[in-house]
Write a new protein. Structure first.
Length: 89
């Protein structure tokens, strides 16, 4: 349900990383690793499932919005997610 802005102590600009600021050239990342990087965590950081699900809510739209700057690679195995990296290195 919507809430009035006055219900919040403060608000912040909605700035997102550019792919080249977030990802290293020559590396490929899973959506889970990108979700962690968007929160300034290490790609291997241990998270509980609930927190990881919340971070994915940010990462999936970020990937879609920045699709023109990314490449995708098929998973190496059936039980692994796909990988994303910078389109231009």
């Amino acid at each position: 349900m919507p809430r009035p802005k006055s219900a919040f102590e403060s608000t912040y600009p909605c700035d997102f990383y550019e792919p080249s600021d977030l990802l290293e050239a020559g590396q490929m990342y899973t959506v889970y690793e990108i979700a962690r990087l968007l929160q300034e965590l290490e790609p291997e950081a241990e998270l509980d499932r609930e927190t990881e699900d919340i971070l994915l809510d940010w990462a999936i739209p970020w990937i879609m919005i920045n699709a023109d700057d990314l490449v995708v690679a098929e998973p190496r195995t059936e039980d692994e997610p796909g990988y994303y990296g910078l389109a231009a290195e």
